[in-house]
Structures are given as structure tokens and as C-alpha cells.
Design a protein around this ligand. Structure first.
Ligand SMILES: [Zn+2]
Ligand SMILES: [Zn+2]
Length: 132
């Protein structure tokens, strides 16, 4: 069980599940969407994300026809992404979680596009493109 919030605090979530694995996505869309070298993601059931407040602050951007990226319109924090063909899961951006996360890295994805200055030293599971 965790709580999560955006930078400005307009959006607040409760996460009603354990998170044991974090997936690191190095694709170019995630790099641009985060303004960083990668996105750090927890895949959770949509039903386990409870919106405490701030749904009216959600902005949505479809980076593909099938995938929306949801952010706070007020402070621009990335919140989660979701695929239209997989409505039961969302990909939470773990940087918005308030408590220390007791998780390990599950895998690195799209390492073909990894920033050259970033070394991966933490886990052997790497996918050069996406994962299933
Ligand atoms: Zn915000
Ligand atoms: Zn990505």
C-alpha cells in the first residue's frame, strides 16, 4: 500500500497493492515524456489505483493510437500510461510514489535506445526492444 502524488499535489492516489518490480523503459518516447534517460514503471491493476483527488487535473497525450500518457496539467508530472487494448492495467510512474519503494528492477526494455552515458549495472534482464 502506497500513496502517490504529483509535484504540485493536485493529484493524489492511493495504491492498493504491493509493488515488487520496477521496469525501466529506455525507449525514445519515454525519454522525451520524462525529460530524462528512462521511465521507471510499475505495472499495476487499474482497480488498484484509487484516485483520492485531482482527476480534473489529468491531461492525456496519446503517444501512439493505442497508448495514452497521463500527466498533471498543473505541474506536468508524468503519472501513468495506459494502453487502450489493455484496460485492466496501468503503468504507474514510480517517481510519484511518496513512500520508499521496496522493489527490485524487473527488467530493462528498449536498451537499443539507452542513453550512451548511462550504464546498466543492476540487473541482467534486458530487452533490446520491447517486452511482451
Ligand atoms: Zn501536479
Ligand atoms: Zn518507453
Amino acid at each position: 500500500m502506497y500513496t502517490a502524488s504529483c509535484l504540485c499535489g493536485a493529484v493524489q492516489f492511493k495504491i492498493n497493492t504491493e509493488i515488487s518490480e520496477v521496469f525501466v523503459c529506455h525507449c525514445q518516447q519515454c525519454q522525451k515524456a520524462q525529460g530524462s534517460a528512462f521511465a521507471a514503471i510499475a505495472v499495476i491493476q487499474t482497480k488498484d489505483l484509487k484516485i483520492i483527488k485531482g482527476q480534473d487535473s489529468f491531461g492525456e497525450y496519446f503517444s501512439t493510437e493505442n497508448k495514452k500518457r497521463v500527466f498533471c496539467k498543473n505541474c506536468a508530472s508524468p503519472l501513468f500510461s495506459a494502453r487502450l487494448d489493455l484496460p485492466d492495467v496501468i503503468r504507474l510512474r514510480v517517481g510519484i510514489i511518496n513512500e520508499p519503494l521496496n522493489a527490485k528492477i524487473g527488467a530493462h526494455a528498449y536498451t537499443t535506445y539507452k542513453a550512451a552515458w548511462l550504464g546498466i549495472v543492476d540487473h541482467p534482464t534486458q530487452f533490446s526492444e520491447g517486452q511482451s
